[in-house]
Write a protein that binds this ligand. Structure first.
Ligand code: ATP
Length: 900
């Protein structure tokens, strides 16, 4: 018997391992935990199920499942790409949206009932060992899992694709600058992960019947395997899967098999309490790269009101006539009146939904504090709602407490639960917090069902409001009164010191620590308040329904509450109301149009994320501001503002474009009247420079002058808003960085950009993606220029000294065989001797025909090295000329604070 338990643990463990490596391979390249996989892989099995009617052999069904999984993986990646540059939170939420859509699609097409699915062999065929059947299906599952895990490990460690994955993961910007098409690499890992997910889901099906959410529960365990193994460690994840398979089986045998999710929660809680960053997981070292937000980018967590400051400015003139306080008081009175009379204005069909709307709104408001104000992505809100609801219901059923008294009991229980669960939760990183709360939302309904003596099991418990609150209108007024009190409290809390601390910790944990805040305590405060509101929402909801059952608080509710927060607008109180209304109405009316609510909610969430990660409130505000802008432009004067032309001091030897056209060939690089910037600010205005082929040019200027931005424009990282960048006669203004690297532009960014977990040799080999190499890279050219690297070839690059890392970065750039080399502060952080050595090593590349543009803080060293120089200030070129002339002039003193 024990052998049977152990063996079946190994089989399920191998399938957990297979599923978890599917998540790892995607996470490894894109740093996104794909929560959609449970849904997309289930959909793949249903695709195979649809084909099973054709009496196809099982192997063909397996292939169909894998192909469908791969296609779903590809589709998921393309959808995520639609979001453009978004906050990481948006990507994770998008995977939840896709999860809901796929689940909804399955229910819509195939219905909610279980389906039979063929197996490779009959479940009875196999070997017998000590009377225990080892079925061929199970052997196949273990063998396939082992082969896939080993093959993936080999691919990642030994192949060109594996090197590309590790580069994309460690430093995507640097990888693109080396010519790697990072998006393409990521796309293929999503395809691969999706295919493995489809494979796992098909192999899992003999042990779980085919049901819409069967694989999702399975996937839950696979995600927990990552708590053991780490999100980037293939071997670790697989080991975690095997351990969990055996452990859960043994626990089920020793205690009861009905509490699997609860064991899982216990395991996760203990593991994360001991090791908040996972057990075996080795965190991949990443390059600290700048976040470059183009002007289209908007943050998901932005406080919408702060974001909209410019929008509000439109109406200032007309509104200033009425003092702000009067306006606010009038708005508050109007809102209160509207809340009171609302039941009299809506039809009966909507009226019956209003009490529930108030309960859901309170829970969404609570989650909004976590996600929007304190930046913690929790999917455990339904579990706390259940705890609050059951605390109230148990008090009513077992202690005879009146239902109205049960309401504050729900609130208090929520607060206490928040404190207990929050203590370990706030120590976790964002990903593990999401996982921890997700497992919690699976475990709580299971425990409620199991302990039926207290909770009434699946039958639930009754808690009836007094007769005076029988009618929906009265229930609504009760709920609305409580919701209003919660809203005012949260509004005031957000504007108090308390709320400012939430935002400070959300925006920068390290920064807030530096100002004396305790981020753990601040996050815990938010967790407790959010949980109190969840408990209150839960008990209110139950008392309006008159009955509470475990299925009312499934993990799906947690996900849909998250949808409500994001769709409405994170960090926005009106957003919480919009989200709650969407959730309530969709849940009530979707069945009437024969559509699963999940499908609608998932689709709405995706559309909103694509339009604006800051939610519906932001979309409405932007639409309003656009309308106001159109109105304002009609009435405004059209006199153009005078332009502040830069005065460029030109020194002897300057080539103006017209002169160049007459006297010689076109320069290799021409920047013409170019402006560029970031979402936050403009960084370059009307910049023009020209680099003749084979020249060495220095770019000088004080901090913030725009030098780095100009290099980023040339290498394609930042797109100009105006003007032109021409390289070898071609306009490159909108060319991707990887394509420019292929075309011969090598950019060594500020901060070196070496891949810390790769060896020195692997770092040099990364030059192969520039497309100038047939097969392996001949690294001797770099070693000839920087012989100091020769004895370090097998060393981890992250363990090199600053100067050695800089040599590695420059050496690798040279191996890409560039025509134009952009060096951004190569001597930054080096000792004077190391800086001198580096510049003298660089001398070796002078005269090789290579064109160099060097940004350097050390103006004297740069001018000593370069033929010509441009000086920038405030985003403009303010002086240019041959190095010798610039050294003689007072330019250095005026713009760089250096005495000439
Ligand atoms: P330094 O010598 O200090 O590196 P720099 O001359 O290279 O300065 P840039 O880094 O190009 O100057 O900065 C120009 C302007 O662009 C600055 O106002 C800066 O705040 C802004 N900026 C630079 N990088 C970013 C970014 N990643 N996101 C938003 N704004 C940025």
């Amino acid at each position: 018997m024990q052998l049977g338990i152990l063996l079946s643990g190994v089989v399920t463990g191998s399938l957990y391992a297979l599923t978890s490596v599917a998540v790892v391979i995607i996470y490894k390249s894109s740093k996104i935990a794909n929560f959609a996989l449970g849904g997309t892989a289930s959909l793949s099995v249903y695709a195979a199920y649809a084909a099973s009617g054709q009496h196809l052999p099982w192997v063909v069904l397996l292939l169909i499942g894998m192909l469908a999984g791969a296609a779903a993986g590809a589709l998921t990646e393309l959808v995520i790409r639609l979001l453009g540059e978004a906050d990481h939170l948006s990507y994770v939420v998008a995977t939840f949206a896709l999860f809901l859509i796929t689940q909804g699609l399955i229910v819509w097409i195939w219905g909610p009932d279980n389906k039979p699915f063929p197996t490779a062999w009959s479940t009875e065929s196999g070997w017998r060992l000590d009377g225990v059947l080892i079925s061929y299906n199970n052997i196949l599952a273990v063998v396939v899992a082992l082969v896939v895990v080993l093959a993936l490990q080999l691919v990642v460690q030994r192949t060109r694709f594996g090197l590309a994955i590790r580069m994309a993961s460690s430093g995507p910007m640097t990888a693109r600058l080396l010519g790697l098409a990072v998006k393409r690499v990521r796309f293929w890992t999503w395809v691969l992960g999706g295919g493995i997910g489809g494979l796992a889901a098909i192999l899992v099906t003999p042990s779980t019947t085919l049901s819409p959410s069967g694989f999702t529960s399975f996937m839950m365990v696979a995600l927990v395997a990552l708590v053991i193994g780490g999100f980037t460690n293939i071997r670790g994840a697989a080991t975690g899967g095997f351990i969990l398979g055996v452990l859960l089986n043994v626990l089920g045998f020793v205690f009861t098999p009905s509490l699997t999710q609860t064991y899982l929660f216990g395991i996760v809680a203990v593991l994360l309490f001991v090791k908040p960053n996972g057990v075996l997981g080795v965190r991949d070292a990443t390059i600290s790269e700048p976040v470059i937000h183009s002007t289209r980018f908007r943050r998901i967590r932005s406080d919408v009101r702060e974001n909209a400051a410019s929008i509000n400015a439109y109406g200032q003139n007309s509104r200033n006539a009425v003092p702000r306080r009067v306006r606010r008081s009038a708005a508050a009175v109007a809102i209160v009146v509207l809340i009171i009379v609302l039941p009299l204005l809506v039809p009966t069909t909507l009226l019956v939904l209003l009490p529930q709307l108030t309960a859901i709104y309170i829970s969404v408001l609570g989650l909004n504090i976590l996600v929007g104000y304190s930046g913690q992505l929790s999917v455990g809100q339904s579990a706390i709602m259940a705890i609050g609801a059951y605390a109230g219901a148990i008090a009513v059923a077992h202690l005879g407490v009146p239902t109205l008294v049960a309401i504050p009991i729900g609130l208090i229980t929520g607060l206490i639960a928040g404190l207990i669960i929050g203590l370990p939760a706030v120590r976790l990183g964002p990903l593990f917090l999401t996982l921890f709360t997700l497992v919690l939302s699976f475990a709580v309904p299971e425990m409620i069902t199991y302990f039926d003596g207290i909770t009434g099991g699946t039958q639930g418990l009754e808690l009836a409001l007094p007769a005076s609150l029988f009618y929906p209108t009265n229930q609504y007024w009760l709920g609305a009164g409580i919701a209003l009190a919660c809203t005012v409290s949260i509004y005031l809390a957000r504007r108090s010191e308390f709320g400012r601390r939430w935002i400070a910790v959300r925006d920068s944990t390290a920064g807030s620590q530096a100002t004396g805040l305790n981020p753990g305590a601040v996050k815990l405060g938010a967790f407790v308040v959010a949980s109190g509101l969840a408990g209150l929402g839960g008990v209110l909801n139950a008392s309006f329904t008159g009955l509470v059952t475990p299925t009312d608080y499934s993990p799906f509710l947690s996900i849909t509450l998250l949808v409500a927060v994001v769709v409405g607008g994170t960090g926005s109180i009106p957003g919480a109301l919009i989200g709650a209304a969407l959730l309530t109405v969709t849940t009530a009316y979707a069945p009437e149009i024969s559509l699963p609510p999940d499908l609608i909610l998932g689709l709405v969430l995706l559309v909103v994320l694509v339009l604006s990660p800051a939610g519906a409130v932001d979309i409405f505000r932007r639409a309003g501001s656009r309308a106001a802008a159109i109105f304002a432009s009609r009435s405004a004067s059209t006199t153009p503002l005078p332009r502040d032309e830069p005065k460029v001091r030109v020194f002897a030897g300057h080539h103006t474009p017209s002169e160049r056209e007459v006297t010689g060939p076109r320069p290799l690089l021409e920047i013409i009247d170019l402006s560029a910037g970031y979402a936050e600010a403009k960084a370059l205005s009307g910049v023009s420079i020209a680099l003749p082929e084979g020249s060495v040019t220095a770019l000088l200027g004080s901090n913030g002058a725009g030098k780095t931005t100009l290099l980023r424009v040339i290498s394609g990282l930042v797109r100009p808003s105006q003007g032109e960048a021409r390289y070898a006669g071609t306009d490159i203004s909108i060319t991707a960085p990887s394509a420019l690297a292929q075309a011969g532009i090598a950019h060594v960014p500020e901060g070196r950009g070496i891949f810390p977990d790769l060896s020195v040799k692997e770092n040099l080999s990364a030059a192969r993606f520039s497309g100038k190499h047939q097969g392996a890279v001949d690294i001797s050219q770099a070693l000839d220029v920087f012989p100091a690297l020769r004895p370090l070839l097998s060393q981890r690059a992250g363990s090199l000294s600053g100067g050695q890392q800089q040599m590695l970065a420059v050496g690798r750039a040279m191996l890409t065989k560039p025509r134009l080399l952009l060096l951004d502060e190569p001597t930054l952080g080096l000792s004077p001797l190391a800086a001198k050595n580096l510049l003298s090593s660089l001398d070796a590349i002078r005269g090789t025909g290579l064109t160099v543009l060097l940004v350097e803080q050390n103006a004297r060293a740069a001018l000593g090295f370069a033929d010509r120089a441009y000086v920038m200030s405030g985003g403009r070129v303010v002086a240019e000329g041959p190095s010798a002339h610039l050294l003689d002039e007072d330019i250095l003193a005026s713009y760089m604070g250096v005495k000439a």
